[in-house]
Design a protein around this ligand. Sequence first.
Ligand code: HEM
Length: 356
Amino acid sequence: MSSATPRKGFWQAVDERIGITALEYQVPEHAQGLGYSLGAVTLVSFIVLVITGIWLGQFYNPMPATAHNSVQYILTTAPAGFFARNLHYWAANAMLLTALLHMLRVLYSGAYKRPREANWLVGVALLALTVGLVFTGTALKWDQEGYEGIAHNLATANLLGGLGTWFSPSFSASIPTLTRLYIAHVSILPILLALTFAVHALLIKLHGLAPNALADRNATTRATAHEPSHATFLEHLGAAGLYSLIGLGLLVFLATVVPAQLGPAAVTGVEITKPWWMFLPIFAVENFVGLSGLLWASIAIFVALALVPLLDRSPYLHPSRRRAILIAYGALTLLVIALGIYAKLAPGAAHIGMGG
Ligand code: HEM
């Protein structure tokens, strides 16, 4: 008996089951550029961090007495431990860097304007979670830099009073702060980041990409996603995948030739190191105004970011029509970079009274 069902190719059969052609909806032509793929590249770094992090978690011991030794074990003995740690380190650098570049692209192209204000705020939350992941990650290695990072964390928590309770050792008598930061690093923060990203992606799908800000001096946010286009979302995934693969190649190269550092085991009660590059601008502010600068400068940066859609409410996208906001936030960016360079060149300093 012959079947009436027409024979289908393999891909048709796969498509029927998981709906790949549903991804062939149109997206604006400019989505194919690197500037519009930086969010995806950031996401790929996060995925690399999760995979390498799961591997490192098999060998890392988050108790203060053994944490540093276990990192040394990862570097010298654990299978693929040296490479996994280096890749984790470089992916963390890449994730933060590309998230910042992605944010600057969104800022420059005015894509935070109506109706995308809420998604800008979701993005600010993603950045805060990324910084939280980087910070907790630097503490885990429990070398001098990691120890001083936690000491700063505790001192800042004291400034916050009741709001800083979670960071205080007295919060949990049974689990050390380092171990609780580890739990934050491997579960609380990544889960929150994944959920927040899901909201980010849903809102991107809802609004579509913002129109090309540079195409027309009169371009507005309202004349949106219905520009004529030959590109599909599937093609955008292809382009973003290609940029991500190039980035991944670079990460593997760096992980092979430039190992992540591990300082000697922490000596308590002294303050002699400087933090990672992303925290250097805050370190500079601490040099000028002391520990409270860490708290206030961090809050000020995130408040300044959250205010962007409120400060610039005109519908126009072209940079020439948004000079004030671009100059203000461009100056802020340069100030943060200048503070970072100053902190890199300045001698080490004790900020929390532990002595150098
Ligand atoms: C840290 C992790 C982040 C991930 C994984 C991520 C991911 C993405 C992706 C995949 C897109 C699609 C287009 C593109 O790649 O440019 C996007 C768009 C967007 N993102 Fe993010 N993002 C992150 C952080 C941020 C930050 C820090 C902000 C701003 C503060 C932000 C604000 C936006 C906005 C407003 C859009 C819509 C842009 C448009 O329509 O042109 N995102 N994001």
